[in-house]
Ligand binder design. Structure first.
Ligand code: KG4
Ligand code: ZN
Length: 339
């Protein structure tokens, strides 16, 4: 069976996976850098690229070993070339180009956002497309009309923070480690989602736009008090922190679900694919299921282990391979987002 080696270094995860042409994931290695960035409360690009340089070859070695294969057996190399941090992307692309050249096999340039949606294909089988695609991660809150795995039209996106970024910033406000998303989810389990009234931007606006910065600021004020106000906020007990986390999570999910619903109505699509780190959130997954049951929509959420950044979703490389969409060896990275 032909084998694809996929690499992912677009942000702060160094990842490699081996996937066969049936889209079966034979190995999936992810080296996270969370401990390196934790004390800065977010990803520091220069630290990320240096860590990728150190890790990329051992991660590739491990992926090949776990799949029980070797470089000589590979059919093609896929690598995320956009969007992402320029230095980080360059490390993966340079490694992939070197291998493709040395092994004389095709190089495939992957779009990281499209790959997040393709993670849904890994759980659903061949017929995940056409669909409305919703990528909800640390860098993106983007709705797409997807005709196929490689043909997308942007329907709407955030005008400020991405949803995952808002989780991370609220985590920071509440004194949690980075990344805050999974920790907010855990903290919210003990909180009351109605305890703190928080804004839901654009909820009743027909435009497919997201904004999370007002919500984040409202959380800051609920935690530390409103500047210029004499009103003292309630003491930040464990219960209050849990209530704030739960109220924030509920507000963020309300916004995500509402816009998703609008995108489904607008496009008339009857399949919804959801990927990206925030799609690992259980409360969000349940809310998506409720929406899709109510609207009779087929829901495909990426498997949890393929929500946060990984290289298995680089299986989308096979779609490029099968269409003959090979990248030249002088291919470059594109840090900006596809439109
Ligand atoms: O997809 P991803 O690994 O990276 C990007 O492409 O951005 O997503 C990472 C984001 C982080 O912001 C993280 O806090 C968030 O996904 N995240 C979550 C959960 N797990 C990860 N947010 C909410 N709940 C979770 N369980
Ligand atoms: Zn990502």
């Amino acid at each position: 069976m032909p084998l694809l080696l996929a690499l992912e270094t677009s942000c702060d995860e160094t990842a490699a996976a081996v996937i066969d042409q049936d889209r079966c994931v034979l190995s999936n290695i992810v080296a996270t850098q969370h401990t390196l960035h934790e004390r800065f409360g977010g990803v520091v690009p220069e630290i990320a690229s240096r860590a990728h340089v150190e890790r990329v070859l051992p991660v590739i070695d491990e992926a090949l070993k776990n799949a029980g294969t070797s470089l000589g057996e590979l059919t093609a190399i896929a690598v995320a070339t956009q969007p992402g941090l320029v230095g980080s992307l360059l490390v993966g692309l340079t490694a992939a180009k070197s291998l493709a050249w040395a092994l004389n096999i095709p190089l495939l340039a992957i779009n990281h956002v499209a790959a997040h949606l393709y993670a849904c294909r890994l759980s659903a089988g061949a017929d995940a497309f056409p669909c409305v695609g919703f990528v909800v991660s640390g860098g993106h809150t983007h709705l797409y009309d997807c005709q196929s795995p490689v043909e997308f039209q942007l329907l709407g996106a955030t005008i400020d923070d991405a949803a995952g970024e808002a989780f991370d910033k609220v985590g920071q406000i509440l004194g949690l480690d980075y990344p805050g998303g999974p920790l907010i989810e855990a903290l919210a389990c003990n909180g009351n989602p109605q305890a703190v009234a928080l804004p839901r931007s654009f909820l009743h606006d027909p435009q497919l736009k997201f904004s999370f910065s007002g919500l984040k600021t409202a959380v800051l004020y609920a935690t530390r008090g409103t500047p210029g106000s004499r009103e003292i906020p309630p003491p930040l007990t464990d219960q209050r922190r849990a209530d704030i986390a739960a109220s924030f999570q509920a507000a963020a999910i309300d916004i995500l679900i509402r816009k998703c619903e609008q995108a489904l109505v607008q496009t008339g699509r009857n399949t919804l694919c959801v990927g990206g780190g925030v799609a690992a959130n259980s409360v969000f997954r349940v809310a998506l299921q409720e929406l899709c049951t109510r609207r009779d929509i087929r829901l495909i959420i990426a498997p949890r282990e393929f929500c946060t950044d990984n290289a298995a979703m680089g299986a989308i490389g096979w779609e490029l391979y099968e269409r003959g969409l090979f990248a030249p060896l002088d291919a470059d990275v594109t840090p900006g987002l596809m439109r």
